[in-house]
Write a protein that binds this ligand. Structure first.
Ligand SMILES: Nc1ncnc2c1ncn2[C@@H]1O[C@H](COP(=O)(O)OP(=O)(O)OP(=O)(O)O)[C@@H](O)[C@H]1O
Ligand SMILES: [Mg+2]
Length: 446
């Protein structure tokens, strides 16, 4: 409504102004050459107009002209809109425009040519980025950014294993490094902590057989030749080869086979980059073979120490009841973190159930060369008193095949310790489950 009023007012201002301007030039009709006396008469009105005010129906006869006159006094007095006189001086504007036109033309020319130059530069930059050279440099630049671990510094418990990894990185001159350990032992946190703020680091998750293509794609590269050039550039800048961390999450089942040759080529043969493989379980680490143990460095990430576990639980608000957690759930970092999220009791029950299931299935189903699972479990129980694991030859199956079975089936009752080179129970709970299960089967067997 207010808007309509405003439009109406504007229209009134415009037309009212025009009427005021032209009020002296009333519409006249030539009747004859003789002046007519001024008269006021009723002009016949078309139906519907009869009730118009009298003043609007006056006719002035002057000479031969009959004029319909609108009395000026009755018109609303309106001032001229500001732009009307300006418009009236049109001829002046034309001459100003004539003078300004060459200037306007030349300014537009400059603007257009600047725009064209910028567009050309943008196109050239894009072409450079899309070119091999541009992409290689972009990947090298990306690797030069100081590495930011996923966990904040304040949330990380300092561990000796981190220092061991750090020493290996700083003193590296050849061969791949394999970091192995049980699920959730803290491998990824430890290695990332050792790499914190370091330049020349790239982390890639290995998920599936196409992990290598994905690595090139993520870096914007076409293949191994371009990656080699990236490593060379970063190496030249840092005066040491860059680090490529291949993290294998616990869910990964495929792709490990090709990691070995990839790592051997880069770290042993060409020494262009330090490949660190962070394998989520010993079952995966064992399937890694970068040319034999002499051509790879194995680092084992074990359970937390009591001091480390207390610190981790303190960071999560359990400084007073931390002992309760480790007594029930042990010293695996992830188990303790999970227990904080649910409850000690719930976590303990879940772990006991899982351990029992894994031992049972391993014993009954792992039959690679004879009764493989059962043989390994028996040997482990036999050596338990002495605090030892089970050596490779306690069964006819090779550790690699056992590892493969564990990985495929997902029953992690035992682990292969890559540094001690022996089978071990996956945890104390697995050992207790094995004692119970094997005792009951030996009792039930006649
Ligand atoms: N040093 C540490 N300080 C604080 N928290 C830790 C530390 N190490 C491990 N954790 C906790 O334990 C969890 C598991 O650790 P991490 O992911 O490093 O284990 P992992 O061995 O790599 O596991 P996976 O076998 O699944 O790869 C982390 O998410 C973190 O919450
Ligand atoms: Mg991990």
């Amino acid at each position: 409504m207010a808007r309509k009023c405003a439009i109406a007012k504007l229209a009134l201002a415009v037309f009212g102004g025009l009427a005021t301007t032209f009020q002296a030039q009333m519409p006249c009709f030539q009747l004859s050459g003789r002046p007519l006396p001024l008269a006021t008469s009723k002009v016949p009105q078309p139906p519907g107009k009869r009730d118009l005010p009298l003043a609007t129906r006056k006719v002035t006869l002057s000479g031969g002209t009959a004029c319909f006159e609108r009395p000026p006094a009755k018109l609303p007095a309106r001032s001229l809109p500001g732009w009307l006189p300006w418009l009236a001086r049109g001829h002046q504007h034309v001459s100003i425009w004539k003078k300004l036109w060459p200037f306007v033309v030349s300014v537009s020319g400059v603007v257009l040519s600047v725009e064209a130059t910028l567009r050309g530069r943008r196109d050239a930059e894009r072409a450079q980025q899309e070119s091999q050279e541009g992409r290689t440099q972009a990947a090298a630049d990306r690797m030069m950014v100081p590495f930011p671990p996923q966990t904040k510094k304040a949330e990380v418990v300092e561990r000796d294993i981190t220092k061991t990894i750090e020493e290996r990185i700083l003193g590296w001159h050849e061969h791949a490094t394999i970091i192995a350990g049980r699920f959730g032992a803290g491998k990824s946190v430890a290695v990332e902590e050792a790499l914190r703020d370091m330049q020349g680091v790239y982390v890639h998750q290995v998920r599936g057989n196409d992990w290598e293509e994905k690595l090139y794609k993520r870096l914007g590269l076409d293949g191994p030749d371009m990656l080699e050039e990236v490593h060379r550039r970063v190496g030249d800048k840092l005066k040491r080869p860059p680090i490529l961390l291949l993290d294998i999450p616990r869910t990964t089942k495929q792709g490990m086979e090709t990691i070995s040759s990839f790592a051997k080529e880069l770290s042993s043969d060409r020494k262009l980059a330090h490949v660190i493989v962070c394998a989520s379980s010993a079952a995966m680490a064992i399937s890694f073979d970068a040319g034999g143990s002499a051509r790879q460095k194995d680092i084992w990430v074990g359970d937390l120490t009591e001091k480390e576990a207390k610190e981790l639980l303190t960071l999560r608000g359990h400084q007073n009841d931390w002992k309760q957690f480790v007594d029930a759930c042990g010293f695996n970092a992830l188990d303790l973190v999970d227990a904080c999220d649910i409850s000690v009791e719930a976590k303990k029950a879940e772990m006991e159930q899982k351990a029992r299931k894994e031992v049972l299935r391993f014993k009954d189903q792992c039959k690679i060369a004879g009764d493989t699972g059962k043989e390994i479990l028996n040997k482990l129980l036999e050596n338990r008193q002495a605090g030892e694991g089970a050596e490779e030859l306690c069964t006819d199956a090779s550790p690699k095949d056992v590892a493969m079975w564990i990985r495929e089936k997902g029953y992690h009752a035992v682990i292969w310790h890559t540094v001690k080179r022996e089978y071990q129970f996956a945890s104390e709970l697995h050992a207790n489950a094995a004692i119970e299960i094997l005792k009951s089967t030996s009792q039930s067997t006649p």
